[in-house]
Design a protein around this ligand. Structure first.
Ligand SMILES: NC(=O)c1ccc[n+]([C@@H]2O[C@H](COP(=O)([O-])OP(=O)(O)OC[C@H]3O[C@@H](n4cnc5c(N)ncnc54)[C@H](O)[C@@H]3O)[C@@H](O)[C@H]2O)c1
Length: 456
């Protein structure tokens, strides 16, 4: 830890209250560091480089830094060429050495915020990262926190960990919370074209945050404090989780009534106001939507409040794989006079959504386990995921390999469940070669062939 004397010395040598950082951000000479180069951190790093900032990447996983310097992307939705441009620009420093954090003028934290096994917020990555920054913090640095979290987390968890340095927030260093809104696989938007919300608890920090992000993305939306910015992000994801649960519930009801939810939504969305289309599916997946709402649930308890909408939507969304399995059992018995036990089932798409290679919280893994538990012989195909990596909750599936996508292979199956509809798939081959298909994405609506197609 630095002595008060060192801190005073460093502070005195830089006269302005912002330690000259505003000028460095305006002239894009400030070195901007990203901590945690995952789905969020890597695209952000590339956007900062493209904006003209010298950049700095810190990772605990050395293999990611090595891949970057070889010009390789380890995230499917980030192109190798984008990484090659980053390296060729020669403005990027990448390291696993925490001592080098002092080289950055700005440090942006993009580390995971999962739930623990009791479905409570796990801030261990965030707090240990903030403590690590604290060990290396110098006066005048701007710390930005982007991970999704509950209102109050910056002030109660992160800033105190940074202040173990002996430096004081809003005086010796600056702090903003700016939630990441990355949507991997969405080709309509990239980091630079998604507006960025910036919250700070003092004016200088907010001004620095607006300068940083204003130089990197097209639109910045300043809000009055870190808590508000934290609530903005949770509100966005809770809105999604609740609306997806609503259409999932409507799907089951309409199905029983003999109605097609997809046709209903397509017609409803022609209303030019007051209706936003959300679509049903086999359940919720990804690092965000199934997880983030429960950060608020946990925090609300401190205020003696229950988040009934959030709990209910979690319950509905988590029950969707049961609906899909029930439909598969019904389809096997009706069309194949067969039970689940011993049936050869092809699960199509392991990723939690189309065109990504991310299986975190994917309902496909849940389906896989449920079907095998019922005695089915399950194999999968996912062009984005040749082998199932090890996961905490589905460890026994690790190492299974995607089967080929050809007529001979498809003919081996009694039934297929279409869980994720990656673009570019030859669906005609599927409907021509598998006798029964349960389609959870309405991907086969315009196809016909030898198969019986049931929606679920
Ligand atoms: N993935 C998304 O689509 C998305 C979208 C919006 C917001 N978010 C939020 O962004 C945050 C990060 O998510 P992600 O999907 O990028 O996670 P990720 O797991 O892809 O990446 C996190 C990275 O941080 C690294 N890391 C962990 N601890 C570290 C430490 N102490 N120092 C340095 N690196 C460390 C990991 O090795 C990993 O590379 C989460 O809070 C998430 O909720 C994610």
């Amino acid at each position: 830890m630095r002595s008060p004397h060192d801190i005073a010395e460093a502070g005195n040598s830089l006269k302005s209250p912002d330690f000259g950082l505003a000028e460095k951000l305006k002239s894009k000479t400030a070195r901007v560091g990203v901590i945690g180069l995952g789905y969020v951190g890597l695209p952000l790093l590339i956007a900062l480089d493209r904006a003209g900032f010298p950049t700095f990447g810190f990772e605990i996983d050395q293999s990611k830094i090595d891949a970057l310097f070889r010009g390789e992307s380890y995230i499917r939705t980030v192109k190798h060429e984008a990484v090659q441009q980053l390296i060729a620009g020669q403005r990027f420093v990448g390291t696993t050495d925490e001592k080098r954090l002092v080289e950055a003028d700005v440090l942006i934290m993009c580390v995971p915020t999962p739930l623990n096994r009791y479905r409570e917020p796990d801030l261990s990555y965030v707090v240990s990262t903030a403590e690590m920054i604290g060990r290396n913090l110098r006066p005048g640095q701007l710390i930005c926190f982007e991970s999704t979290t509950y209102p109050g987390s910056s002030a109660e968890d992160v800033i105190p960990a940074l202040e173990t340095s002996g430096l004081k927030a809003s005086e010796d260093f600056f702090f903003v919370y700016s939630p990441e809104r990355e949507d991997p696989g969405n080709i309509a938007f990239e980091t630079a074209t998604i507006p960025k919300v910036v919250g700070a608890d003092d004016d200088i920090s907010r001004e620095l945050g607006v300068l940083l992000y204003g130089n990197t993305v097209e639109q910045v939306v300043p809000v009055s404090n870190t808590k508000t910015a934290e609530a903005v992000k949770l509100t966005e994801n809770i809105y999604r989780a609740v609306n997806i649960a609503l259409v999932n519930e409507l799907k089951i009801i309409y199905d029983r009534m003999g109605l097609d939810i997809w046709e209903v939504i397509d017609a409803a969305k022609t209303k030019p106001f007051g209706f936003t289309a959300f679509y049903p599916g086999p359940g919720l997946g990804g690092h965000c939507i199934p997880v983030d709402p429960f950060y608020l649930t946990w925090k609300a308890r401190e205020f003696g409040l229950h988040t009934r909408f959030i709990e209910l939507s979690g319950e509905i969304n988590r029950s969707m794989p049961h609906f899909v399995v029930a439909r598969a059992v019904e389809a096997l018995s009706r069309h194949r006079k067969q039970s689940l036990a011993g049936a050869n089932i092809l699960l199509i798409g392991l990723a939690y959504k189309k065109n990504v290679d991310d299986i975190r919280e994917s309902p496909s893994l849940e389906l896989f386990e449920m079907l095998e538990h019922g005695g089915a012989i399950v194999e999968f195909h996912d062009s984005y995921m040749p082998t199932i990596p090890s996961t905490r909750e589905h460890a026994r599936l690790a190492g299974r390999k995607s089967v080929e996508w050809d007529a001979e292979t498809l003919k081996r199956f009694d039934l297929a469940i279409l869980a994720t509809d990656h673009d570019g798939m030859d669906w005609q081959l599927l409907v021509d070669n598998v006798p029964v298909i349960v389609d959870t994405r309405n991907a086969l609506a315009s196809y016909s062939g030898n198969a019986e197609i049931l929606k679920a």
